[in-house]
Design a protein around this ligand. Structure first.
Ligand code: AVJ
Ligand code: FE
Length: 441
């Protein structure tokens, strides 16, 4: 039998849904039920809320909107509405207990797989190119990252393990890469599962800039710390300096001093801070202060995306730094295969045309940019995905972390968070203008 485009779409949607559910199962089955209902941090939901919320969103969008079905459990919609209840309030809601949440999510999934089999995947509500199925797979993968953050915040012995990332880093890479001036295409109008805030494609013209070849390492960040960076207001935005003083912050989250060295707690294990690994768990303010201390700045999100997507030879934007092919394990550290970033300079097969490394995977990268709509933005399919977050409160993060699933990450994907946030798997790289120095190193 020959494969039709619809068979191919069905298989992509099925793979993405199964990949997400495999990871969700690991995240919830690796702790006892009392830890699923506990609140490990007021910043996070109990894990059992995420589980039933995943099922409830899948039921609302796929079974009801696409399939036209009746609500399975209409009384729980409000409990799992993220806008009705802030995370800190979710433990006191009448949540489905772990066993019921598991049965509910599995029941929804079984019906969704039937629906996927018989949906024409075109012409119906939200089904062009299987969009709603892709959106729901991305939603679950995003919550898998959220649940992994909850695991990182939880105290007690390790519950999750994973092999170390491969040591594929290239020694002696140049520190930075010159991105020549010129226009490129930002955003997309053709990526079938791109979310509303990535659309539409539009041209942007940028001046030349230098961009770090890799994310900033723990070792480089330690130099900033040792140089008194946290105590020097010259490097900090006023609100950032205020935050570090009020909370006595002197290092990335989860770091602690041990005599003359620094340790970090990572998924229940204390280990020496690895100097060659991209730094993680810094706020936007910390990233911004480091960059100023280094005589540099954070890249704008347009600068990040041009470095990640623009092919100067063909003058076109790629889906990923390495080309248009979906990510595989040689391209990027994604999907919670490894529970840490790889050494800076890893993933030669994932490099961009200009040689920039690790743009996708490893650590989310803070950018200088506020989260704003592109020209021609239209909310789809619901305003609460991104539109209600636009403005100057949130900063854009790009590229995805080791915790991101493979369909919730691409060259156009935009994440956002408050500039004070430190529990997310975020690091950064730095940039500088190239117009003044005539292209020196
Ligand atoms: C895009 C990661 C900011 O977690 O708040 C999950 C993703 N939206 N459910 C979030 C999301 C609805 C969102 N972020
Ligand atoms: Fe959600």
């Amino acid at each position: 039998m020959t494969d039709t485009p619809t068979d191919e779409l069905r298989r992509r949607a099925l793979d993405a849904l199964l990949e997400a559910r495999t990871r969700t199962a690991t995240l919830v089955d690796s702790v006892e039920d009392d830890e699923l209902t506990a609140q490990h941090s007021p910043l996070m939901s109990p894990l059992v809320w995420d589980l039933a919320h995943i099922g409830n969103q899948e039921e609302q969008w796929l079974l009801r909107r696409v399939g036209g079905g009746e609500a399975l459990r209409p009384e729980i919609d409000s409990v799992y509405d993220a806008f009705e209840h802030p995370r800190a309030a979710r433990p006191s809601l009448p949540l489905l207990p772990p066993a019921e949440a598991r049965v509910y999510a599995a029941d929804v999934r079984g019906r969704v797989l039937d629906l996927l089999e018989r949906s024409p995947l075109a012409g119906g509500p939200l089904t062009d190119a299987a969009f709603a199925f892709g959106m729901i797979a991305q939603h679950e993968q995003q919550h898998d990252e959220t649940m992994l953050i909850t695991h990182q915040l939880r105290r007690g012995p390790a519950a999750l393990t994973a092999p170390a990332p491969p040591r594929t880093h290239t020694p002696g890479l140049p520190d930075e890469v010159l991105v020549p001036a010129g226009p490129f295409t930002m955003g997309t109008s053709t990526e079938p599962w791109a979310l509303d805030n990535e659309r539409p494609a539009h041209r942007r013209d940028l001046a030349a800039y230098w961009l770090d070849t890799t994310p900033v390492t723990c070792g480089a960040y330690l130099d900033f710390m040792t140089d008194g960076g946290y105590g020097d207001p010259r490097w900090w935005a006023a609100e950032g300096f205020d935050q570090v003083r009020r909370h006595a912050i002197t290092a990335p989250l989860f770091w602690q001093r041990d005599g003359g060295r620094w340790l970090r707690r990572r998924f229940g294990v204390l280990e020496p801070v690895p100097g060659d690994e991209p730094v993680l768990h810094v706020s936007w303010y910390e990233a911004d202060a480091y960059a100023r201390w280094a005589g540099r700045r954070l890249p704008t999100e347009a600068e990040w995306e041009k470095a990640a997507r623009h092919d100067p030879t063909a003058d076109r934007s790629r889906r990923f730094p390495w080309g248009d092919a979906d990510p595989t394990p040689v391209h990027a550290n994604l999907g919670q295969r490894h529970l840490r970033p790889a050494a800076a300079g890893s993933y030669p097969d994932g490099a961009s045309p200009l040689g920039v490394r690790q743009l996708i995977g490893d650590v989310w990268e803070w950018t200088a940019s506020d989260f704003l709509p592109y020209p021609g933005f239209a909310a789809f399919p619901y305003r609460e995905y991104s539109e209600v977050f636009f403005g100057s409160d949130h900063k854009v993060l790009r590229g995805g972390s080791f915790a991101v699933g493979t369909v919730a990450c691409r060259g156009t994907f935009r994440n956002w968070d408050l500039p004070v946030r430190r529990q997310i798997f975020a690091g950064f790289r730095t940039a500088r203008d190239a117009d003044l120095d005539g292209g020196g190193g």
